[in-house]
Ligand binder design. Structure first.
Ligand code: ATR
Length: 275
């Protein structure tokens, strides 16, 4: 019987996940379909119960449901539980099990840029949901030193104190972050600054970035934020948010099928969608 996969979110019409996963099902000869489901906040519980009753094989979860879905799942993987967000659900013998592949996907994307991640010192800009997934996953992956700068310092402090994995971290202010940009070999931009329509703003002044850093911005609309352009100008290696998006999808596909898919093909598919 054809297997059912999908993604639930609100809004959902512009999700790039259906095209990406349907292409992979075809590539690997898997008889399955992946559909977008528009689920509003008030319908989340009913939607999850309905998907379970229909025998869905798996689904992704996007804004605004990543945290709210947790009580409706039968089991949640420890990393997703620590992050407090689930973006991937697998039906395991009738039980819905939640995972987070956003953070691990980001780390895999970084690994594709640099082999020696653990020994690199990192700065995360931002302390929201995306930063939390990335910070915990980087710490879990063994990156030893990760500092955080956020406009609201308390949120960065809360993030550091709630991390269950061993990591050396300090929260730094804006001036210190700007001054010490040359010191960090990984600079990770997780805020919405630079995203359409806010394309002219910068999360930090980039003057002290150098060619010694990898600068990663999780935004993919536009493909190159002003921050990434400024980083590239100074010789830094840059990575946009397509990397994280593609790798979170690849890890979800692997959870569902056991196959780690063709990343380049996924990237081409996403770039075609982004036009
Ligand atoms: P997400 O789930 O995408 O991470 P979020 O949880 O709302 O979204 O987090 C947004 C992040 O972007 C936060 O770090 C936020 O900073 P604050 O904690 O100070 O609010 C940051 N952010 C958003 N707009 C910003 C702005 N104009 N200036 C500075 N930081 C901003």
């Amino acid at each position: 019987m054809k297997k059912l996969f999908g993604v639930i979110g609100d809004p959902i019409a512009h999700s790039m996940s259906p095209a990406m996963h349907n292409d992979l099902f075809e590539l690997y000869g898997i008889d399955a379909v992946y559909l977008p489901f528009h689920v509003s906040k008030g319908n989340l519980e009913a939607a999850v119960k309905g998907l379970k009753a229909l025998g869905v094989s798996g689904f992704n979860v996007t804004i605004p449901h990543k945290t709210d879905i947790i009580p409706y799942l039968d089991k949640v993987d420890p990393l997703a539980r620590a992050i407090g967000a689930v973006n991937t659900v697998k039906n395991e013998n009738g039980l819905l099990v939640g995972y987070n592949t956003d953070g691990p996907g980001f780390v895999k994307g970084l690994e594709s840029m640099a082999a020696d991640l653990a020994s690199r010192s990192a700065l995360i800009i931002g302390a929201g949901g995306a930063a939390r997934a990335i910070y915990f996953s980087m710490a879990q992956a063994g990156i030893e030193k990760i500092d955080i700068y956020n406009r609201t310092t308390d949120k960065a402090e809360e993030l550091v104190s709630s991390c269950p994995y061993k990591v050396e971290s300090k929260v730094i202010g804006r001036v210190a972050a700007e001054k010490s940009l040359a010191y960090y070999q990984l600079v990770i931009q997780t805020t919405s600054i630079g995203m359409v329509p806010d394309t002219e703003n910068l999360p930090l002044l980039p003057e002290n970035l150098t060619q010694n850093s990898i600068v990663s911005d999780i935004i993919y609309n536009p493909l190159q934020t002003k921050f990434l352009k400024e980083a590239a100008k100074r010789g830094a290696a840059v990575q946009n948010g397509v990397g994280m998006f593609v790798f979170q999808g690849a890890l979800a596909f692997e959870i569902w099928t056991g196959i780690f898919p063709d990343i380049e093909r996924m990237e081409t598919n996403v770039l075609r969608n982004l036009g």
